[in-house]
Design a protein around this ligand. Sequence first.
Ligand SMILES: [Mn+2]
Length: 318
Amino acid sequence: MTYGESLDPDHSLSNLRTGIVSFLGLPFHLEPEPAAGVVLGAPFDGGVIHRPGARMGPWMLRNVTLGLGRSPLPTRFQGAENGHHARAAESWLDGGNIPTRPFDAGEALAAMGHTMGAWIERGTRTLMLGGDHLMTLGALRAHARVHGPLGLLVLDAHPDAASGDLWGTEFHHGTWVRKAIEENLVDPHRVVQIGLRAPRHDEGETQFLIKAGVRLWTPWDLKDPRLSTQLQGDIARVGQGPAYVSIDLDALDPAFCPAVAEPVPGGLNVMRAISLLRQVHLWHQPWVGADVMELAATLDRAEDTARVGVHLALHLLA
Ligand SMILES: [Mn+2]
């Protein structure tokens, strides 16, 4: 057997052979086809207000999966039920990047609808590698077109429900949640945001969200043991129908994820984020779409932030 023949095409060793790194070693497949799921990069950061760099996120997120196993260890070996984690992304493909050109948010959103929509129409789940958080609006539009209004679980330091008045556009990385509610892409009573703590200019965003019925959780709320049942109930309600999971890496503390557009101290640690995300596996049906957003790759000198993002994705997938 030659060296080449010994390589399993569905294994990250193929990355070593080709020199091209797909996400978790999944086979590259640019043409939409029925599959369990597809990983799609969204290399756009024209919606970032400060500290750009997320347009390079998909490349770095793929690169840090090089050599990573796809079967996470159980979260407990001692003192609790020894839950089995399946192999991540079984029968998934890496669909490459959505062709978002860097200078026009409207065009980028349209490209998202076209490319991601073609996969979703074939019954395929999606994992998006950001890119700035505005691109999640494109993903929600594409999914809602097929699935109807979605549940939405968001980890984020910011509410992302700005009206757009401040910057003269309704389409930047701090407006997408408001747009998703206004466009009926989500069911606001199945929307939960966790990690909110960034100082605001006024109360307009949080008032809009609370009035719509969205559940808001700060890191302080998470530390209150009296609220733990309520938290579990909120996350469970997101999954009472087709649901989407969106991770803004700034939800984590800058100690773990410094390379984001808008870091905010006082955030979640990695273990807390993983334990929150693992609750999605209790949903009756798997999430239809998920994303890892706002990695400012040009600021991620040692790839620390990217690595956290990939491990969070792995726990969503397995
Ligand atoms: Mn965000």
